[in-house]
Design a protein around this ligand. Sequence first.
Ligand SMILES: Cc1cc2nc3c(=O)[nH]c(=O)nc-3n(C[C@H](O)[C@H](O)[C@H](O)COP(=O)(O)O)c2cc1C
Length: 225
Amino acid sequence: MDQIALMRERHSVRKYLSRPIEEEKAEQLKAKIAECNEKGNLHIQFCPDAGKTFDKVLNKVMGLGSAPSVIACIGEEDGSLEERIGYYGEQIVLFAQELGLNTCWAGTFNRRNVPAKIGEKEQLVIVIAVGYGANQGKQHRSKEPEKVIVSGGEKPQWFNCGVEMALLAPTALNQQKFQIGLKEDGTVSFHDQGGLFSKVDLGIVKYHFEVGAEYGKLQDVSSQR
Ligand SMILES: Cc1cc2nc3c(=O)[nH]c(=O)nc-3n(C[C@H](O)[C@H](O)[C@H](O)COP(=O)(O)O)c2cc1C
């Protein structure tokens, strides 16, 4: 399935069935994670048994305690770690969606209980709950495109498609604290307005924007034929 359809379908899911992820799907997920680790110089790990990762009080209130498995997002800090985790982690999230699984990025979890290997120089930034959802989640409330576009004036279709997909991106607390601009030379700029995990959000948003913009450009080409 294409990335646009997956982005439209994906919603955070906080209630899971006890059904474990089949070995074959787990292998596919691990292969995708290995590919992202290679590209992003990361050490993201799939943990089939989430154990007590989600035993925080907030997890009990908000859900996630039922997630059978977890993806631990780990890497070495170089000033870009959180953004890289967002950019590549979201590709893993969308791949999980393609496998028929559900996910939820989670900044609230018990660090001591994550069953992953964290190297000496590495940091565990965030986790992603993964499994078969008891539901498919629902569409989040979203800002209007005008609220996240910084530069004024008419925008090309590819840019607007990018923004549309960026607004479908998951963000911590659904804060959508990002802005996107288009310079006269056609360069796109992203601005982080701060907030909890806003750098992870920005990485996720950049990936969504890229997919949307690419799709918009293809549509431009086919409409010119
Ligand atoms: C960086 C990040 C951290 C998040 N942390 C949590 C969390 O701790 N608990 C939770 O239930 N949801 C968490 N979420 C999920 C967001 O609440 C969710 O993405 C947002 O409400 C938008 O909804 P959607 O994912 O269904 O589009 C997080 C999302 C992101 C991107």
